[in-house]
Each structure stands twice: as structure tokens, then as C-alpha cells.
Design a protein around this ligand. Structure first.
Ligand code: NAP
Length: 514
């Protein structure tokens, strides 16, 4: 029997009373560890976090909490090697892809440590200027933002066990709100290990950071009016969370990050020999292959002017054909595995659905694997599809295949291209490629209402831009509509989710003391 990982709740390590759910190596098929949350006293654990953790965090100033984040960064950095080992074993990722999750999480935490320091020695924030309420300026209204006196429950997706924790925990802890994280079962090990290291380092006050690994059963039932829940995962589970009585009856604030059919668009003015064309091809390749396409922000749809469809297909295919797939422990391998056999089945099913409405431009599903047994491993090569009639390709605009899959489509003019992008019904990110600053700016603003982020790649930023799918803590992450309607990160904006806004109406003498 493999090790049964402990949960940390109520200020103590607790093992579930069940046999546990095994976590596997998606390349070798071996069982690694087990997780279980059966029999935990959730009510006592949530109360401990809310009362002990919350009170201790709120007693500190923003600057003091920022210092705790900086200390946490040091602990995580000191243990990076162990995290990489877990990621290789449990997520089947090559080193560069593990870095996106591990170092991306640590970087985000470090960024909030710096941002938090700038808020100084305060316990709450002023929101805007005071406004007079009548003719006489003596009586005014000042909005304040105070930390919510509840817990932040995070229910996370399997693809970012590290970044998914820290991109949420950094603003929550900085705001003074204790965190309970429930990682997705398939990859819970890395989250559990990081929490363990931070708890053992005794940096954060007791009750500030808890982890529950295993079933989500009963977690939402614990939520009370001043708690918040932040969910990342599928639209189906998001619907379950939205309809839970905690949300519908107790007004628990909820943030949803769901799936998204993100786009890349080459604007019409730049031809097949242009730098913009080359930048699009490079980015599509990167987005299809990083973490084997298991990124909520990955490019799923690629739009090019119709005259360039053939050249774009050829250029992307030429690059894809060089991608080696298999065991991430082999240095020759560029792309590792999907996270589980269940995900492999889901990708194959999704591909079959898309193929019924598109042609195959590059076939990855049958690709030979390096150092990996196709009967055991969860590896699959990248597949590029093409749909010549983008208007009628409904499935391509609707179906997220969470793997190394994208579909190329031609458009007639910019208006047509942007209309096709919007068929995604709200996305996390779209990227635009071109060299005409005016056209790029206008297209970016056109897409802003339906996208949390518009990433514009022109030749002048070829070496500088941060990547279509890379989520930077300074920029908003989330998207309207189908993407879940959530908002995360965006620098200090992220703190708003963890604060309550209140208007204090008083004489200017009272307001001057705030
Ligand atoms: P999922 O099946 O919805 O699971 C997400 C989380 O919800 C897991 O922790 C899961 O726990 C938990 N869960 C399952 N059923 C639940 C229930 N009834 N009540 C409460 N929690 C429940 O999603 P996934 O397959 O892990 O993630 C893939 C999806 O996430 C993709 O569609 C991707 O686009 C999306 N995603 C979005 C973002 C973003 O930021 N927008 C980021 C990453 C991924 P168990 O694992 O124990 O079942």
C-alpha cells in the first residue's frame, strides 16, 4: 500500500478514515500515494480557520502579511527540487512545463508580497475619495474595504496544483482571509506537499492555511455568509457550486474560472512572409504543446485570412512534426503526458467529435511515443485540425478539448474574424498578431468585452511579450460568459474579492480619523 496523505485542518494533521483514492504516474502507470478525507470534522476545521486563522491574520497589517508571503516564497524555493519530482511523477510534465506551475506559483506569491508591502501598515483600505452628501460639506460618505471575516475555500482543477493554489492564496492571505484548499484529486500531492512545507515552517498563524485532499463532499455545506468560494474547473461542476444553498441562500461570494475556447488571430495586413505570421505560428505551437495543451488559456481556435490558410497549415504542421512526445524523464522528449487515463479518453472523445466537422492537418493521435508504453501511459501527440467553413463549424466554437489540439480556420475580413472569435461566448484570452498598431488596438478593444485578457503580439515585442497562455499576476485572469464570469489577479484588484465594501457616512471630523 502506498502512503495515505494527511489533511491539514483545524490546526492539525488528520488522516481520512477510508482506504483512499490512489494517485498515479500518468506515464508509468504506478500508484504513487493515496488521498482521503473521509470522517474529517469539517465543521470544526472551518470554524478553527474562520475564528483562529482569520482573527490572527486580521490583527496584522498589509505590510506584515506581505512579509509572511515573502517568507513563504523562501520556503517554497528551498523545496523546489521535491516539487519538480512530484510534478514529473504525478503530472507527467517535462521540466519546462513543471516550471509553469511551480515557479509560476512562487513568482505570483512573490509579486503579491511586493504589492502588499506598498499598502503599508494599515488594517483596512480606503476606496476612493469621500463624497459630500448634501449642500453642507460637513457630512460625507467614505467607502472602505475591510477583510471579510470568513474563510476562503478554493476548489481547484488538476492542471495547476501549485499555481492554482498560490495565485488564489496570495491575495487571500494578503487580504487577511484564511484559506482552505481542496486540490483536484488526480494531482493533489503537489498541493499537499507545498502546504505541508509551509505549515512545518510555522510562518503563517495557526488556521491560516489548510488542505483537504480527496472528496469534495460536505465542503460547500460548511460555508457561511461571510465566507467566499473560488472554483476552477469544468462548467458542469461550476453549475453545481452556483446552485448550492451556500450561494443561493446564504449569499456566499463565488468566483468561477471555467473552460474557454480561446483564439489567436492573424490580422489581414501581414502576409505569409511577415514577422507577425511567424509569431503566430510560433505561439500556436507553444500553446498546443505546453503542459500538453492542458491549460485553460491555451489557444483552441486559430484564425487567418483565407488566402493564407494553406500556408498557415503548412507552417504549423512543419513545427508540430518535430515535437517529441513521451516520458518526461527522457531528455529527448519535448511534451509529456496528459494527467490521467480519464483525461486521455476525454481528449480522444473530443477529438472524434471535432474530426466529424474538420479535416486533420496534423495527426498526433497515432504518433510514436518515446520511452512510454501506449497501453499504459497517458501520452498523446498534438493534432491540428482545419475547418474551411468557419461559420458552420459550430462544434469547433463550442467544444473544449483539454489537450494538445487546435483548429485552424480562415476568415474573410477583420469584422468576420472578430465575429468568429466571439462565437466562443466569452473567453479567458484572445491573441492578435500584426504590425499595424492602429488596427491591433482597435481589434483589441473590440474583443475586450468578451475576453478577460487580449494579448497583442507585434514584431516590436517579439522578444518581450509574456505569452498568450501565460497568466501574469499584474494582469486580470478570468473571462465573461462561458469562461465562468470570474476575475482573479490583476495586481491589487484581486484583493477586492476578499474584502467587503462599506460606506461610512459621518462628519468630516470622523472621516479624518480613518
Ligand atoms: P472538474 O472536474 O470540474 O474538477 C474541478 C474541481 O472540482 C476538483 O477539485 C474536483 O474534485 C472538484 N469537484 C468535482 N465535483 C465537485 C462537486 N460536486 N462539488 C464540489 N467540487 C467538486 O474540473 P477538472 O477536470 O479538474 O479541470 C479541467 C477544467 O478546468 C477544464 O475545463 C479547464 O478549462 C478548466 N480550468 C479553468 C481554469 C481557469 O482559470 N479558468 C484553469 C484551469 C482549468 P475531484 O478532483 O476530487 O473530483
Amino acid at each position: 500500500m502506498t502512503e495515505l496523505l494527511s489533511n491539514y485542518l483545524g490546526g492539525q494533521w488528520q488522516t481520512g478514515s477510508g482506504a483512499g483514492t490512489p494517485l498515479s504516474d500518468p506515464v508509468l502507470g504506478d500508484e504513487l500515494v493515496r488521498v482521503d478525507a473521509t470522517g474529517l470534522d469539517l465543521a470544526a476545521g472551518f470554524a478553527f480557520a474562520r475564528e483562529q486563522g482569520g482573527a490572527a491574520l486580521r490583527a496584522l497589517t498589509y505590510r506584515q502579511r506581505a512579509a509572511l508571503l515573502a517568507e513563504t516564497v523562501k520556503v517554497l524555493q528551498a523545496n523546489r527540487d521535491a516539487y519538480y519530482e512530484i510534478a514529473t511523477a504525478n503530472s507527467g510534465t517535462v521540466k519546462n512545463d513543471s516550471a509553469v506551475d511551480i515557479d509560476g506559483g512562487i513568482f505570483t506569491l512573490g509579486t503579491y508580497a511586493k504589492l502588499g508591502d506598498s499598502l503599508g501598515d494599515r488594517h483596512y483600505l480606503l476606496d476612493g475619495e469621500a463624497a459630500r452628501l448634501g449642500k453642507d460639506p460637513l457630512f460625507q460618505s467614505q467607502h472602505v474595504l475591510v477583510p471579510t471575516r470568513g474563510v476562503a475555500l478554493f476548489i481547484n482543477a488538476f492542471n495547476f496544483p501549485s499555481w492554482g493554489l498560490w495565485e488564489k492564496a496570495a491575495p487571500a492571505l494578503l487580504a487577511g482571509v484564511p484559506v482552505i484548499v481542496k486540490p483536484a484529486t488526480a494531482t493533489a500531492w503537489l498541493t499537499q506537499r507545498m502546504v505541508r512545507d509551509v505549515v512545518e515552517a510555522r510562518i503563517l498563524p495557526a488556521g491560516s492555511l489548510s488542505v483537504v485532499c480527496g472528496s469534495s463532499a460536505g465542503l460547500l455545506d460548511q460555508l457561511q455568509p461571510f465566507d467566499v468560494v473560488s472554483f476552477t474547473g469544468s462548467a458542469e461542476t461550476a453549475a453545481v457550486i452556483r446552485s448550492h444553498p451556500a450561494v443561493t441562500q446564504r449569499s456566499v461570494r463565488v468566483n468561477i474560472e471555467a473552460d474557454s475556447i480561446n483564439s489567436a488571430v492573424l490580422l489581414p495586413a501581414d502576409g505569409p512572409d511577415s514577422a507577425a505570421f511567424e509569431l503566430l505560428v510560433k505561439e500556436v505551437l507553444r500553446e498546443m504543446t505546453v503542459k500538453s495543451g492542458q491549460k485553460c488559456t491555451a489557444i483552441r481556435r486559430v484564425f487567418v485570412p483565407e488566402a493564407m490558410y494553406g500556408q498557415a497549415a503548412e507552417a504549423i504542421e512543419a513545427r508540430l512534426s518535430k515535437v517529441t512526445v513521451g516520458n518526461p524523464r527522457n531528455d529527448a522528449v519535448r511534451m509529456g503526458a496528459l494527467v490521467s487515463r480519464a483525461q486521455l479518453r476525454a481528449v480522444r472523445d473530443g477529438l472524434a467529435e471535432l474530426r466529424a466537422h474538420a479535416q486533420v492537418l496534423h495527426e498526433g493521435a497515432q504518433q510514436a511515443l518515446v520511452d512510454a508504453d501506449p497501453a499504459v501511459s497517458c501520452c498523446i501527440g498534438p493534432t491540428l485540425l482545419g475547418a474551411r467553413d468557419a461559420d458552420s463549424a459550430n462544434v469547433v466554437h463550442d467544444t473544449e478539448v483539454f489537450g494538445p489540439v487546435a483548429t485552424l480556420m480562415p476568415y474573410r475580413d477583420t469584422t468576420h474574424a472578430l465575429a468568429l472569435v466571439r462565437r466562443g461566448q466569452g473567453s479567458l484570452v484572445a491573441s492578435l498578431y500584426g504590425s499595424d498598431a492602429g488596427a491591433l488596438g482597435a481589434a483589441a478593444v473590440e474583443l475586450a468585452d468578451s475576453h478577460g485578457r487580449v494579448h497583442v503580439i507585434s514584431p516590436d515585442v517579439a522578444q518581450l511579450h509574456t505569452g498568450h497562455g501565460n497568466v501574469m499576476p499584474q494582469s486580470l485572469h478570468g473571462g465573461p460568459g462561458r469562461a465562468g464570469g470570474g476575475e482573479e489577479l490583476g495586481g491589487l484588484r484581486a484583493l477586492h474579492f476578499y474584502h467587503r465594501r462599506s460606506a461610512i457616512q459621518a462628519s468630516t471630523g470622523v472621516l479624518a480619523t480613518l
